[in-house]
Every structure is written in C-alpha cells, then in structure tokens.
Design a protein around this ligand. Structure first.
Ligand code: SF4
Length: 788
C-alpha cells in the first residue's frame, strides 16, 4: 500500500500527467516505480553486446526474416535511408552491414508489426495515456488511421482524410493573419516533402517555419556563416582517411552517431591522433570493437582517444583559448613554423585584433574555467601543431549554451591559424543528429529565408512570398503561449518533448485552437493538445511510397552535403497512410483552393516534378533527377573547400569572444542534458544506458563525488532538481543521484525528463538555440525515497 501511494505521488510529480485513470492502475510507467540500477560501465563500445542488442530489438519489433531483410537494405545505394542520424555512407563500395545498433533500432521501431488502431483509442482516454511513459507510448506501434480529438473530448476517434484536411483549412483560413499559424518540421522530412511544405506555407502567407535545427545546430550554422560565409560542414568522409588529427568536442558519437566510430577506428589504425574533449568520459571514444570484425570480439578493441580532456560544462571557450595561447607560445619559440602566415594573410581578416585580445586572457581564468590542467592543454596543442591536417568535429555539447555561437567561432579561430581549411584531410565537421535536418534547411525550411531564395521561389511559382521573417522554435512557443499564434502544425517530431520548458510549452500548445501532428507513432505531443487536435499518420522511410506515377523515390542530404535517393521496400503499416508529400499536397489544396495555381496533385503523383522545381530554385541541384538516381548520389557545392568565403569582404573572419561567466552560488551546479544509449532524440527505446552503467531508469543525476561529499549527498539518494533563471524556479522531482566522473560543480541528466528545467527564454545569443547544456540548478533531498 505504501508503495502504491509512493507511485501515485511520483506520477503527480510529472507535470504532463493528467488525473490518474483508476481503470488502468496496473499500467504505471515501470521506470517511475523503482530506482535505477547502477552496474559497471562497459569499457568498450560495439562488439558482441551491440550485435546482441541489435538482434534483440529488431527481432522483437519486426520478426527475424523481415528484420534481417530490411536491415540489409539499410543505407545501401538506392536502398532505405536510416531515419537516425545524418552520418554519411562511404562513396565507394559499401558493406552489406552499413548500419549501427542505433540505426537498427530506429528502423525496427518504425517497421514494427504492432499497430495503434482507432479501437486502441476507444479503450484509452487521453488521461489514461498521459499516465504512461514515453517509452510505453512509443512501444504501442504504428498509427494506422487519421485521428481527431474533438473539442471537449477525451478520446481520439477516426476521421477521413478529406474531413481532416477540411478541418485544418477551416481553422487556418479563419485566422486574422497567416502569421497566427506555426508550421514546424522535424529532421525526418525528405527534401521533396520539405520543399513542398515550405511552398505551401509561403503561399499561405507566412515564414513561421521553425524546425528542429533551431534546437540543435543553429549555433553552428550561425557561427560558421558569420565567420566563413557558409553554414555547413566543410569535410567529406574521405577527409577522415587523410587527417593526421581529429578533435571530437562536445560530442558522444558512440551513442549519437555510432558509425562515426568506424571512421575514427580506421583513422586511428593508420596513425591518426584522436583528441576527445567532453565533460564526461564516453565509452564510445575510449575503445571500440567493430561489430562486424567478429575476430575482435574477444579482444580489448581499438583504443580511440589518445588524449581526453575532461572540460567543465561550458568551459570550451576557455580551453580553446588555452590551446591557442600555446600556439602563440610555440610560434614565438619557432617563428614562422607554427602559424600559417600565408593562409592568414591571404584568406582572413581580423587576426591582429584577435591576437591582442587573446593576449589579455589570463591563464588563471583559462585553467579555472576549463577545469583542464595546463599539461593537458599543452598536450592538445602539441597534437594540433604537429598535425598537417586536422578535422574538428562537434555536436550539441557546443551548440546549446548561451555563448554557443562563440564556441563555434573559437574553433574557427583555431583552425584558421594553421590554415586547416580548403585542403584534403582538414576542416570543420558539425555532426548532425537527424537524418535530413540539413536537407530540410537547404530546401527552405527556415524562418529567415534569404531574399535570393524568396526571389527564385516567387519566380518559379509566380507569386510574391512573404518577406518578413517568421518565428523560430523558442519564439513560436512564446507566441502560442501569449495566444498570438493559434494553430500549430508539426510535420513530424515530438515537439513537446523536444522543446525546452516543458510545462510552459505544454500550456502554449493547450492555448492553441488546433494542434496537428504528422506522425508515425504515438508520442507525448499527441496528448497535450489545443482545443481540437489531429494526428495525421504518414508513411515511414522503410515503406513503399506508391503514387499515381508509380513507386516514388525521396532524397535526403547528410552531414557532409551528399544528396542521395532512397526507396522504401516494405508494405505500408496501413492502407490509410499517406506520404508526407501527399499530406502536404492535400492540405495545400484544401487550404489554398482557388488562391493557388500550383498543380499539387501532379506534384504529389510524381516526385520527379517536385525535384524539377527544386532544381530551378535551390542552387547546386542541376540535373537533380538524374544525379539523385546515381548510386551514392551527389555532393552539393562546398565553397570553403575551394577557399571561397561568402562574407562581406570575401575573407574568413577571426572573431573576439569573452570568457563566459557562470556565477554559481554555493550549492548550485551547471547542468547539461544528454541522451542515453537506449534513445534517439525524444524516442525512448529502453531504460538502459549500458555505456554509462545505468539500467532500468532514466531519472538520474550524475554528480562528482567530491561535490556530493561537500554538499552532504549520497550515492542513490533521491533528490529534486531546481533550476534558477532570472529569479524563476522550475522543479523536476525525484531523481536518483549517481556518483560519476564529471567535473566539479557540474551535473548531467537525461532529456527530455529535465527539459522542464530549461527556461524558454534561456537561449543562445544570435542563434536562439535553447541553452539546454547551461542550466543552473540546485539540488535538495526529495521528501520521500523509493522505499518509504
Ligand atoms: S550512424 Fe546514424 S545514420 Fe548510420 S546507421 Fe547509425 S544511426 Fe543510422
């Protein structure tokens, strides 16, 4: 009885839970009923455990034969594109196993044989579903029919497609202004669907096109555009075969981009040095056994990182400045042999100002803020200086801070000093986390489109696109919250779980008149709705997309700007599903009616026709239909590789940045959110994170043992986390402390559980990316422990 009471209070501590449904008492989320189990951390990534985990999940969801057949198509030329991260495939020969454990889970998750039918929603009220965990929701299977939640109802019910489109059209057309609608896009959306979607939205009359990029690599794009005039990565996979040193900073590829470990392993085996810079040591960068190299399963695996710098959270600018100071010292000792003066003189501007500003930074501040010793900084600088060709890779560990753009620009500063651009084996590699997040932006999914893009779009479709900039993700949430936006439409994604400030965002969605989600599976965003809500179920990447013109191919762009064509092979999960382009076309027809002369049906019937338009509007897509069908696809132009900088003066810019300040009060920590190994973005596959030793739970907070001693906490203690932002407090209750190797006064937690602590107004300067890795928190004991 005592346990039941405990469970109940736990659920009530979940801000997104509705009242408990007494009809389903047995269905409480298991991870919220018992503490997580902490086991020894896996010392090596990949190997047999990865194969076992892949097989277990795939066979459970898809069955053995269907599972194996599908996986053998994954990431093959003209096969199925992995819906996971955006790591590229090799240009030449591909093995039969071009996927990782995570990719296999993503595919199995999408191609599951489980189904969520209208019958399911008759049994499950919204309130009852709200009590379930994200993992449980996802595990129910593929949604088979379009569904509507009518005003005041507590159950979704089936709706016909024409009626669903009419409902959206009615709401959109009754708005006082097109700017009262928000059109979100997730990184799953193909180039074709994204292009059609932005066309529809701009024909409707707004640039309110926030996307998931606003929340991840917007800071990379902003920083690189500002300094280099180009916002994408500058390397290809082939450069990894030539680099002498690879720096991986603020990134955990073992979980988030696992096939990158293969590239790192190959680089390491030929003598390349690898430096890992991160607040947490990560198994994936310590040792790796390639799952296909069966003969290595019993060995120790390949050691990857030669040097690990355990930087404090947000200590990256300090650390990079330290490395750069070492460069200048080395240059003084060996004039003309460390800095690339010819490159600096010919291709850059702002060097002298940058140099004198760096001279004013004190080593004491660098060491204090970075938390890294001078010896280790010297080691990193030595590796950087001795390498002829260097690649710098990064991910969310750099992009989700208040000074995130400065983080990126300091990497640019470092690389420019030794001319590490425009030559094979060297360059910048922001590693994107969702398969087509880069392509969607290329297709015009952006709230700040360039005038050139709008000119070409308007000319191609004979209309005047809206010119005023739209709302990005955090400002879209605020607009819904203050009721200046009234309709929310999401092409994919789990908006509520992906975004910051969960309770605020939930309230923002509740204040909308209509919320619409184009989805494959059930998620939290379906449960927190506007006055009315729709779920529009779409085809997945693995499925045959049959249109009037026959089976269709779609294209995506990976992290290294390769555009490639893909075709699903499985029968759709339900005959009621529509493809994303078909949903957009149906919607456009219903909403725009006679106001549009675009042949939406024709475009929906044959995606070649969409690609013909893309070719006319987006630079770099000449002969799109032909080149997308070539095995392996084609590269988009990359001016940085040719040392062309599209800045105001045609040069790369050195920039000056202050050290960030976090004045933590006694008892406060700087917290970062991160993913577990059993998760892809907001999709939770399981409750284990074997690379960090966590099992059967996600509500954990990783703390340094010295801090725990100082503050009187013990391992396994249940605590509440309280964030502090501009005098406001937010609480995430009942987390278990895990003693861990993490720098002093730093804390790490899993998202989306702690998104509730990230204030919607706490975002990066210039890029507006939520500062989910710079959250000031304090910790207090929970009122109850699990056992009480
Ligand atoms: S590395 Fe990324 S794209 Fe490749 S299989 Fe794994 S999740 Fe999919």
């Amino acid at each position: 009885m005592a346990v039941d009471q405990n469970k109940k209070e736990f659920i009530e501590g979940n801000p997104l839970s509705g009242p408990r449904d007494s009809a389903k008492p047995e269905a409480l989320p298991p991870e919220e009923m018992s503490p997580p189990v902490v086991k020894p951390i896996s010392k090596v990534a990949g190997g047999f455990p990865a194969v076992l985990s892949t097989a277990k999940y795939t066979f459970k969801e898809m069955g053995a034969v269907r599972g194996i057949r599908t996986l053998l198509q994954l990431n093959q030329k003209q096969g199925i594109d992995c819906p996971g991260c955006a790591w590229p495939e090799p240009d030449g020969e591909r093995s039969h196993f071009e996927f990782c454990e995570e990719g296999a889970k993503h595919v199995a998750d999408e191609a599951t044989t489980k189904r969520v039918t209208p019958e399911f929603f008759k049994q499950w009220s919204l309130n009852a579903l709200s009590q379930q965990s994200d993992q449980w929701l996802n595990a129910q299977g593929r949604i088979t029919h379009p569904l509507v939640l009518r005003t005041g109802a507590d159950h979704y019910e089936a709706i016909e497609w024409p009626d669903a489109f009419a409902l959206v059209a009615n709401e959109l057309n009754s708005l006082a202004s097109p700017d009262e609608a928000i059109f979100y896009t997730s990184g799953r959306t193909s180039n074709e669907a994204a292009f059609l979607y932005q066309l529809f939205v701009r024909k409707f009359g707004t640039n309110n096109l926030p996307d998931c990029s606003n929340m991840c690599h917007e800071s990379s794009g902003t920083g690189m555009k500002e300094t280099l005039g180009f916002g994408k990565g500058t390397v290809t996979l082939a450069d990894f075969d030539l680099a002498d040193a690879i720096f991986v900073i603020g990134q955990n590829p073992g979980t988030n981009h696992p096939r990158m470990l293969t590239s790192l392993m190959q680089a390491k085996r030929r003598g390349c040095k690898i430096v890992h810079i991160n607040p947490l040591p990560e198994t994936g960068l310590a040792r790796f056994k390639h799952p296909q190299e069966v003969w290595t399963w019993l060995g120790k695996g390949t050691k990857l990182a030669d040097l690990f710098l355990q930087v404090r959270i947000n200590g990256d600018v300090a650390l990079l400045k330290g490395i750069m100071k070492e460069l200048f010292d080395a240059e003084q000792r060996r004039p003309g042999r460390v800095l690339d003066h010819e490159f600096i003189n010919s291709h850059t501007t702002g060097f002298e100002e940058f140099k004198s500003a760096l001279g004013r930074i004190h080593w004491g501040d660098i060491l204090e803020q970075s938390g890294v010793t001078k010896v280790k900084i010297e080691d990193a600088a030595r590796i950087f200086i001795e390498a002829e060709r260097v690649i710098f890779c990064w991910a969310m560990g750099l992009t989700q801070h208040k000074n995130a753009v400065a983080n990126i620009e300091e990497i640019v500063n470092l690389m420019l000093q030794r001319g590490q651009m425009g030559k094979p084996g060297a360059g910048l590699c922001p590693v994107r986390g969702h398969s087509n997040v880069q392509g969607d932006r290329t297709m015009g999914i952006w709230e700040q489109p360039s005038p050139d893009f709008l000119d070409r779009l308007g000319k191609e479709f004979n209309f005047e696109p809206p010119r005023r900039h739209g709302l990005d993700t955090v400002h879209a949430i605020q607009a819904m919250h203050d009721r200046s936006a009234k309709v929310f439409f999401a092409l994919g994604g789990n908006f509520l779980s992906a975004t910051p400030d969960t309770e605020y965002t939930a309230e923002a969605l509740r204040r909308c008149r209509l919320t619409v989600q184009v989805s494959t599976k059930l998620n939290r965003a379906h449960l927190i709705t506007g006055g009315q809500a729709l779920i529009l179920p779409c085809l997945g990447r693995t499925e045959i997309d049959e249109q009037q013109g026959g089976p269709q191919m779609v294209t995506t762009e990976n992290s290294m700007a390769v555009v490639e064509g893909w075709q699903g092979r499985l029968a759709p999960a339900s005959k009621e599903l529509l493809s994303e382009p078909a949903i957009v076309a149906g919607l456009a027809k219903a909403v725009l009616g006679d106001r549009s002369r675009v042949d939406w049906d024709g475009l929906r019937g044959n995606y070649d026709r969409i690609r013909e338009h893309i070719e006319h509007v987006v630079p770099g897509f000449a002969d799109y239909n032909q080149r997308a069908r070539e095995p392996g696809g084609f590269y988009l132009p990359n001016p940085i590789r040719e040392l062309e900088f599209n800045t105001d003066d045609g040069r790369a810019h050195f920039t000056v940045h202050e050290l960030p300040q976090h004045d933590l009060k006694p008892g406060q920590f700087l917290m970062m959110t991160m993913r577990s190994h059993d998760q892809f973005n907001t999709t939770i596959y399981g409750l284990d994170d074997r690379y960090r030793g966590i099992h059967n739970g996600r509500r954990v907070v990783f703390l340094n043992p010295d801090d725990m001693r100082l503050d009187g906490f013990r391992d396994g203690q249940m605590v509440d986390l309280i964030s502090h932002f501009e005098g406001e407090e937010r609480v995430a209750p009942r987390f278990t402390i895990v003693q861990y190797s993490i720098p002093r006064r730093c804390a790490a937690t899993y998202y989306p559980e702690t998104n509730v602590l990230v204030a919607v107004r706490n975002f990066a300067d210039k890029s507006n990316t939520p500062a989910s890795k710079s959250v000031v928190i304090s910790i207090r004991p929970s009122e109850k422990e699990y056992s009480e």
